[in-house]
Design a protein around this ligand. Sequence first.
Ligand code: NOJ
Length: 558
Amino acid sequence: MNRAWWKEAVVYQIYPRSFMDSNGDGIGDLNGIISKLDYLKLLGVDVIWLSPVYQSPNADNGYDISDYQAIMAEFGTMEDFDRLLSQAHGKGLKIVMDLVVNHSSDEHKWFVESRKSVNSPYRNYYIWRDGKNGGPPNNWGSWFGGSTWTRDGATGMYYLHLFSPKQPDLNWSSPALRDEIYRMMTWWCDKGIDGFRMDVISMISKPDILPDGPAENGAQYGDFTPYCIHGPHVHEYLREMNSRVLSHYDIMTVGETSGVTVEQARLYAGEDTHELNMVFQFEHVDVPGKYAGWRTNKISMPFLRAVFSKWQTGLNGKAWNSLFLGNHDQPRSVSQFGDDRPAFRVVSAKLLATWLHMMQGTPYIYQGEELGMTNCPFESVSEFRDIDSLNGYRTWVENGPLTHEQFWPFLLFKSRDNARTPMQWSACPNAGFTSGTPWIRVNPNYTEINAEAALADPDSIFYYYQKLIRLRKTYPVIVYGAYTLLEKNDPNLCVYFRELAGEKLLVICNFSDKKQAYTLPEGFLGTQILITNLNRRAVDEPSLTLQPYEAVVLRRPA
Ligand code: NOJ
């Protein structure tokens, strides 16, 4: 396997709206990020992925871009961005931008022009169709609720939007559109950014004919994914993007590839396929259910283990994994995969970190994960800000089959706003995030869970992440070693080997809130403890009693 800086890096994701507000308007901004670069440096990460900071009417908090080469006024100016980039670089931190080019905002000048007339030079930048039988061109349902089609008054035709009507899909089959996108990407690369995280990039290619999708048990809308995910030309477009833009720069790329399989990932992120460096897969979070992804159940360890083990072995030597448990679309990782009850929050957050960071791939830390931030105890629907949560409520409660009481637990557990409450910097009012009124409520546990407290506590989750990152930089086996799963059927323990040139790590994680017995495999008695989330000092007996949520990593040199 080839070495590369982005394989050895650890990425920290910032959701700028919720990270740090510098001017008291209640909204995080670029100067706020600049003021926290030393904090990130102390943590030890190499790369910052910025969720979108471009000009946007904020229908989907910046994932609806109206100018790809301007900064959202609430976040600052292009001068602020340039200062962020140069200060980050000065500290040895790289900046990866979110690239949202499956769709733009309906307020982007391309769409404003496109909708005016069928003869507009921009008409073909979007996907327009005639209606059918007095309704939309097909039965597809959007991921944010309702039809994927909106009829536009000026020409009476419908435009496609796989997300909200304010996010019209760009038409990648137009060479002129692709040229514009490559030009814009080149402009950012020339500025000196260090890479792109590509939003729903697996959905950019649509077939010419757009048939009805399967609709389950009489559901109102059909599923577009069989036609739009890994569409007919997606790999061709990415190879073109690679040869026209990406290959000219020493940058990293990660594709958000909903619905990706191991086989597909080998194409998107293969060692020699000339598309992307790595992809995000979602099998561990996109659990099929009755309510289109809304659920209250945590993900079980055996399921998590099966998914990750498949990806660890399936990509080894062929393509590169990205490793994440949290992001701005997911519940907080300690609430979704760990145990956020006070007695177990810290230990289980450290367990999850150990389990993830000891695998092969590039780890991603979502802001606040290094503090063990939890889901938020929202109290009413009016506290939610997220388009997906509010549309979900409309679809399932106001226009749908569920009562408020039935849907409320789904919203509380799964809403994307759990990840979007302000970063908890201190026990000061509003968690030290803003001197104004925050745009979304602060999780009340900030008085206890905050960065200032973490930095003052040598046993904090923060310093545990710092140590994990240091270990990754010290032992190439953590980055490149092959993964082998042990104890495949144990209901509580997840145990695996990593191995590189005769050096071996044994990672033992007890995912339960009870003690568990474990017998060491041969050759590990008395070996070095690389890291542990409790106070185990040595492994001088073959039989271990693991404490609730204990994680321990042993190393046997070559
Ligand atoms: C995926 C992003 O992560 C999510 O936040 C956004 O709503 C959709 N793509 C649409 O851009």
